[in-house]
Each structure stands twice: as C-alpha cells, then as structure tokens.
Ligand binder design. Structure first.
Ligand SMILES: *Cc1c(COP(=O)(O)O)cnc(C)c1O
Length: 388
C-alpha cells in the first residue's frame, strides 16, 4: 500500500534547512569542528534550585497521576503573582491562565479553537514558523505581514487590504521578536489593541523573550495596555527565561473566553504537564530572580562581543535591546541561503538564513548567541577571514 500524507502536510512550506543539514553532516564526517550559531536553544543549564524542586516533586505519588488539564491551581497562581509583580497586570488564575506544554504547543493549537476553513490569520513575516503552520492545520489561511527594516520590524497594520481584514480572525505578533531581535513599545501595542478591537480580531502575542533584555530596559507585556484583555492573549514560556527548553512548560494568559477555547482544544488532545515540572515552574517564577539577571549579563557580554566583530567586518545590523539573536544583513548581491551555505562550507559555522523564517527574511541571516565567549570568538574569527 502506498502511504499518502494528508493535504495539510503536503502544503507545508519546504524545509529550508535541508541543505544546511546535508552540508553539516558532510563536514562532520570530515572531522570539521562545527560551531552552531543556528539554533535558538540556550546553552546554559537550568538553575540548580529549580532542578532540586523537580527531584523532590518527582517523589510525590500524586504527581505520578494525570495532571489537571488547565494546570495546577498553585502553578496558575504563581503565574498570576509573577505577572502582577513583573508587569503590573492582574490575572484571574482560574479563568485567565492555562498551562501549556511549552508555548509552542499553545501557539500551534489556538487556531483550532477559533479559525474556520477559509478564515485568515495574520502572521508576522519573518516569524516563528508555528504561527503559519498552526493556521494551516486548522484549515485557515495564513496571510503574511512583512516586518521591514524601514518600519523597525513592526507590521504595517494600515497597509492590510480591506478584503483580508474582513476575513481575518486572528493576528500573531511577537515582541521582543524572533528572528529580527526587534522590540516594540507600548505605542505599538496600543495601535494593535485599536486595530484588533475595530476589526474584531483575536490578538495572540508571543512573549517568549520578555525576560531576555539588555541595558536594564525591561520590555512590556501586551496585556498592560487598557483593552488588551478584551481582545487577546499572551503566550509565555519558561524556556528562554530559565534555560528550560527541554522541560516543556509555558502558559497562555489574558481574555477568559480565548483561554477557555484553547483549554477546550487541549482537554481533547493532551493531559497537561507533569505536575513535578509544574512545581519546578512554581519554583522558577516564585523564587529569587537573580539567575535571570545573571543570564541577561551573560547574553549582553556575548551580544557586545559579537557586534564588535560584525562591525569590524562591515556588516549592517541594529544593536538589539532584547532577545539572544542578532539579525544581520547579508552582503550586497548575495542571497541568504547562499551566504549561509558558503559560511558553513568555508568556516564550519552554522548561521540561519533569514529566508527560512519567511519571504521578508530574505537579505538577512540570524546569529544565535547561545554558545560561550570562546566559541563565539572562534566562530566570528573564522567568519572574518572570508572575503566578500
Ligand atoms: C522559543 C520560542 C517559543 C516557544 O518556546 P517553548 O519552548 O515552546 O515555550 C515561542 N515563540 C518564539 C518566538 C520562540 O523563539
């Protein structure tokens, strides 16, 4: 029998990193020392007190049973407390917060709750691929909102055509942004609230990087804006803040009806997060935040180190205020994929081509600051030997 995949898998965009993976395997075979600045996965360990809490919690029998779908009340309470102290945002832990098996899980599932076939979801381009793919899986139509340098990598909401707006039911935004490393101010969030209210569009703000910021300028939550909770939710994650990508814990919070819709999809698909991991999450959010401040310093040093090299090499980029990425223009006349491919062949350094995040990412490459100073220096020294 020929095994046919469903159309929803066939329509996914081609995997743009296949060529890089192939080349990487080839170089590794030859014994080349490969340095990956490609993946957005923190290299440092989860702080020890969080690991200790998991160890203890894993010995409690009740934690071996099915967790509650929406998350332990104590976990949701700790999210509410953290939102209150960090952003000054009031959340009702019973109605306005749902736990997620990593925020990716919630982002992928939310279109299933609200998008009917043919309805439009506005997606940042370049952007985290899950916005588009979750939309496609739900039978919706993703429509790109280009994030352009001349608009500081914010979408131009005014330019969205009226016929698209009529069919649009959801918008995904993400600040601090992956991959462009751009930040948004409250004026932008304010304009999103006005836009979404006027056009009756559900706002999904992906806030994975609010704690990875520089120069003591903490980013804002979208939910700080008056009216935001009427029209939207925020996705948050413990992954980047506490070096917990492998643990799979995050949450969505905001509008109670949107949270309930997402919760209803989840109740029919998964059975929540291992409660010992939720206890570790409570520990992370509720304890001294000094490890997070230390992590920021580490990334800031790496950012400054890498930017120093890139400047000397003559690359064009903006100094990011947040995220652990650098979004850099490729040299004139070179395509993103060709550039990245050539860097890999000649230096063994893996970068991510901007085009992998969407059409408007063409012309850029992304550096992830998730290796130590020594490896970062080595990678950039090798890159500086290439003649462009
Ligand atoms: C890392 C990341 C996430 C999700 O992380 P989880 O580990 O699933 O919580 C979501 N959005 C963006 C933009 C990310 O970079």
């Amino acid at each position: 029998m020929k095994i046919e995949r469903a159309d929803r898998l066939k329509v996914l965009p081609p995997y743009l990193f296949a060529e890089i993976d192939r080349k990487k395997a080839e170089l590794a075979e030859k014994g080349v020392d490969i340095i990956s600045l490609g993946i957005g996965d923190p290299d440092l360990p989860t702080p020890p007190h969080i690991i200790e809490r998991l160890k203890r919690a894993s010995e409690t029998t009740v934690n071996h049973q099915y967790p509650t779908y929406e998350g332990m009340p104590a976990f949701r309470q700790s999210v509410a407390d953290w939102y209150g102290s960090r952003f000054g945002v009031d959340l009702d832990p019973d109605r306005e917060i749902v736990s997620l098996i990593g925020s990716k899980e919630g982002i992928a599932h939310i279109p299933l709750a609200f998008i009917n076939p043919g309805e439009v979801v506005l997606c940042a381009d370049p952007g985290y691929p899950v916005y588009r793919i979750g939309t496609i899986f739900a039978g919706g139509e993703p429509v790109n909102m280009p994030l352009l340098k001349e608009n500081d990598f914010l979408p131009d909401l005014e330019s969205i055509p009226v016929d698209i707006l009529k069919r649009a039911r959801m918008i995904f935004i993400n600040y601090p942004n992956n991959p462009t490393a751009a930040s948004a101010d409250t004026d932008f969030f304010q304009s999103v609230v006005e836009f979404a209210t006027k056009n009756e569009i559900i706002v999904c703000h992906d806030a994975a990087y609010t704690e990875v910021y520089y120069d003591d300028e903490p980013p804002h939550s979208f939910l700080e804006i008056p009216g935001a909770k009427e029209i939207g939710v925020e996705f948050h994650s413990l992954s980047k803040t506490y070096n917990m990508t492998g643990w799979r814990i995050g949450f969505a919070c905001g509008n109670p009806e949107v949270i309930a819709g997402l919760g209803s999809i989840k109740a029919n698909i998964d059975s929540g997060i291992f409660q010992a991991v939720q206890e570790a999450g409570i520990e992370a959010l509720g304890s001294d935040q000094k490890p997070v401040a230390d992590l920021r310093k580490t990334y800031q040093n790496r950012r400054d180190l890498a930017c120093g090299f890139l400047e000397k090499m003559g690359f064009a980029f903006s100094l990011p205020k947040a995220t652990f990425y650098l979004w850099v223009s490729v040299p004139e006349g070179v395509g993103s994929a060709d550039f990245v491919s050539r860097v890999l062949s000649e230096t063994g350094v893996i970068l991510t081509p901007g085009s992998g995040f969407g059409e408007s990412g063409e012309g850029y490459f992304r550096i992830s600051l998730t290796v130590n100073d020594e490896r970062l220096t080595e990678a950039l020294t090798r890159m500086s030997r290439i003649d462009w």
